[in-house]
Design a protein around this ligand. Sequence first.
Ligand SMILES: C[S@@+](CC[C@H](N)C(=O)[O-])C[C@H]1O[C@@H](n2cnc3c(N)ncnc32)[C@H](O)[C@@H]1O
Length: 219
Amino acid sequence: MLKVISTSDGSRTIYVPDMDEHYHSTFGAITESKHVFIGSGYKTMQADHLKIFELGFGTGLNALLTLHESLNDKKNIKYVGVEKYPLDKDILIKLNYSQLLPETKASCFDLLHECEWEIPCRITDNFILLKLQKDIRDLSIDMVFDLVYYDAFAPGKQPDMWSYDLLSSVSSLIRPGGVLVTYSAMGQLKRDLRKLGFKVENPAGPPGKRQITRAVKRS
Ligand SMILES: C[S@@+](CC[C@H](N)C(=O)[O-])C[C@H]1O[C@@H](n2cnc3c(N)ncnc32)[C@H](O)[C@@H]1O
């Protein structure tokens, strides 16, 4: 039974008792997502058109923050989120991201979740969302991405989401020069990314985490 809890910055996240795992950092869900995926991912990309892939769509927080950025910078975003276990409405309504991010308007969070699975939805003039309800291991998609948000549960809780084989198949979705960003800075992950042809950087992490990983695919 999932539980919604408050994190240190006031934003909520989900606790999964069976795994003893949270969807976000308990030091701040919005703080973490902004720092990792927006600060070290989205904001480092120069192009006006971006194709973004997310492993683990979950609460839609990363999509919402990306949408928020695109309202200001007017970049054209195609956002594909893969999720094996979509969340029920009774959990989603307990999350308080719309209240804490008023610039995105309450309707944006709702639109992201009302968007039907497997069908592209235009959320704003410059943001298209495609949600795929799939196990990432069964994914076959004919698209190449500029930026990947690798947001699986922690390696200690779901090690198969960090296997070399899975990283390799996600890596094949990234164009040369494209970026993979994740909150983990595990040694094995960094070694695997190097082996897969990435230049690995370790920016400082958000509260509670020393470093994160940003990896650029070599041309
Ligand atoms: C750390 S949570 C992050 C979720 C999301 N990015 C967010 O901000 O709410 C990891 C997500 O990966 C999803 N997941 C777990 N196993 C998966 C699999 N095999 N394929 C696709 N998604 C999976 C979980 O259901 C969960 O939503």
